[in-house]
Design a protein around this ligand. Sequence first.
Ligand SMILES: *[C@@H]1O[C@H](CO)[C@@H](O)[C@H](O)[C@H]1NC(C)=O
Ligand SMILES: *[C@@H]1O[C@H](CO)[C@@H](O)[C@H](O)[C@H]1NC(C)=O
Ligand SMILES: *[C@@H]1O[C@H](CO)[C@@H](O)[C@H](O)[C@H]1NC(C)=O
Ligand SMILES: *[C@@H]1O[C@H](CO)[C@@H](O)[C@H](O)[C@H]1NC(C)=O
Ligand SMILES: *[C@@H]1O[C@H](CO)[C@@H](O)[C@H](O)[C@H]1NC(C)=O
Ligand SMILES: *[C@@H]1O[C@H](CO)[C@@H](O)[C@H](O)[C@H]1NC(C)=O
Ligand SMILES: *[C@@H]1O[C@H](CO)[C@@H](O)[C@H](O)[C@H]1NC(C)=O
Ligand SMILES: *[C@@H]1O[C@H](CO)[C@@H](O)[C@H](O)[C@H]1NC(C)=O
Ligand SMILES: *[C@@H]1O[C@H](CO)[C@@H](O)[C@H](O)[C@H]1NC(C)=O
Length: 539
Amino acid sequence: MVSLLIFSLLATPHIIGSVLASDSPLNAANSSSIEWGPCDPSVITNPTLTCSFFQIPLDYHDSSVGHARLALAKVNATGDRLGTVFFNPGGPGVSGLDFLNTLSEFFTSVTGGLYDVVSWDPRGVGSLTTPGEIFCFDSPDEYNTFWNGTIELTGIEMTGNFSDPDDVQALLAQAPIMQEKYDELARRCLRHPSGKFFRYLGTAATARDIVALADALDGPGSPVNFIGASYGSVLGMWLINMFPERVGRVIIDGIIDPTLLATGETPAIWAFHELADADKAYEGFLTGCALAGPQGCPIASAEGQTAADIDATIQALLKQAHDAARRSVFVPVTSEIIREGLLSVLESPTQAADFVNMTWPMLVAGVQAESGSDSLTARREMRSARRRARRDGINQQNQTPSYSAQVMLCGDSVDLRGTRVSEVFEIIIAASRNTSEMFSVAWPAQFYTCPFWPVRAVERYQGPFNKTLANKVMVISNTHTSVSEPSQCLNEVMRAYFVNGTLPEDNRTLCEVDTDFDIFPGVNTEAILTAMSASGDDV
Ligand SMILES: *[C@@H]1O[C@H](CO)[C@@H](O)[C@H](O)[C@H]1NC(C)=O
Ligand SMILES: *[C@@H]1O[C@H](CO)[C@@H](O)[C@H](O)[C@H]1NC(C)=O
Ligand SMILES: *[C@@H]1O[C@H](CO)[C@@H](O)[C@H](O)[C@H]1NC(C)=O
Ligand SMILES: *[C@@H]1O[C@H](CO)[C@@H](O)[C@H](O)[C@H]1NC(C)=O
Ligand SMILES: *[C@@H]1O[C@H](CO)[C@@H](O)[C@H](O)[C@H]1NC(C)=O
Ligand SMILES: *[C@@H]1O[C@H](CO)[C@@H](O)[C@H](O)[C@H]1NC(C)=O
Ligand SMILES: *[C@@H]1O[C@H](CO)[C@@H](O)[C@H](O)[C@H]1NC(C)=O
Ligand SMILES: *[C@@H]1O[C@H](CO)[C@@H](O)[C@H](O)[C@H]1NC(C)=O
Ligand SMILES: *[C@@H]1O[C@H](CO)[C@@H](O)[C@H](O)[C@H]1NC(C)=O
């Protein structure tokens, strides 16, 4: 759950001689130089940034399709400039402009001030890049009416590990209804004006965009420097394997196995791989809450409660929400909403105190109210809390939900059209019994619905992922599930790499999370791990 493991991939300098067909960005736009100027104040408020646009072909293999335009932002190098570092925050579908707007000082720091740091809203993202954000509905009302009364809005109800056969029956009974909905959604999305762009918004095209940008900013053939986090690590792995001879200084963080994504089946990737440690992380949360006690973690109702007591409190609320939702789906808080809130805390432990102080009482009140408005308000709040937790910006509470992430994630995934909704439900039931009892049920996780998405990208990179690279890249990962916790040690390792090209001497370095970072008041990561190993847990 916590320690950060850094190691460097094997790389032999300058061994790449021949350039394969896939190794050139093809028709890279280098017709006009990039002129930096003021930023659009509706998107960028940070005065240290300058902005521009960059034209690229929609399809690098077919210039007749036309062009796209990327919105760029840059934070200038403060010292003797060595080049440009490109940053992608992942998602897929997260705005690079938002991230750079917020985190410019962090990037200047970890790059030693020696690079311009450039980020951008990738194809299919935001309001300034064209094609930008993808929508299949024109308003929140249209979206809510389309999905009204379905598990798309309420989530799936179950307790334990689908312990009650009635819950299994109820889920399977939803399959034909959802099958019809997803078929209709596919037709609706394709009919939408943005539908014609779906096939051009894949990760391979975005990797080519980065190379085209490097050609324009640092000169043709220049080394490409890149930082990618989370899904940005997938983009990074596509980039370094599609263009191994162009690899400059590259850091990928929060690794997703690229071979799974290139060749695996999306529902199983999520259910059996991505959630593999989720229940263990949940135990860490319970342990921290128990250590903090009722003062620091109000889910604990009395001094001296154990992790098991706190779990019992949470399971009781889940059961109550479940029972109410089985009577009527129009309840304010379903058990799925509670699970979603908990999962977002595990993904982003910095949110734990807010969750237990503010969100938890709201969930309890919502379950007890059991009637009134439908579940949409609470769910939307949870969704936006989750988006905030992932630091991907804007509160979209009253905005029409975007389908950008589906376009990219599903467009890059193996084409499983023909898979039935009932088959995905069977995977969820299996995963709740052998992988994550708490979180396998999360619906609608994008990975679960990709088989029903109608379009795949014109170019999908499917490996190999073991190319010999022109420079060593740095891989940052954590020893358990995804976390984002501060680590000064890690920042210094990153800075040494960008400034001096130095990598940890033994190719592997373990950085601990900062000890002054508390997950709950007075409870840091180390305390939680110590308590978990004392109780015999394998951490
Ligand atoms: C375009 O290519 C030329 C040489 O081919 C190079 O000097 C220049 O830096 C490149 N970038 C731009 C934006 O013109
Ligand atoms: C960044 O550098 C450019 C020149 O490349 C300059 O025009 C711009 O004013 C600088 N931006 C800031 C905020 O200093
Ligand atoms: C959803 O359906 C319920 C019950 O049929 C109805 O009362 C409600 O107005 C509908 N909501 C939307 C947004 O269509
Ligand atoms: C949560 O409440 C506790 C106890 O009142 C307090 O110490 C802590 O600062 C609060 N945390 C947040 C994030 O509000
Ligand atoms: C479900 O969980 C219960 C209680 O933990 C366990 O006894 C049972 O074996 C599990 N069922 C399956 C099918 O794994
Ligand atoms: C869980 O069950 C699925 C489906 O039967 C299987 O593919 C997967 O390997 C199992 N995972 C574990 C950890 O047992
Ligand atoms: C690289 O991966 C491919 C399969 O993806 C494999 O066939 C090949 O042997 C690997 N090469 C090396 C040097 O490991
Ligand atoms: C880079 O190397 C120099 C010379 O060894 C050293 O003084 C400096 O601290 C290093 N910078 C970083 C950020 O590691
Ligand atoms: C680190 O990796 C390099 C190859 O990239 C190898 O030559 C070196 O021996 C490794 N060092 C250690 C300590 O494993």
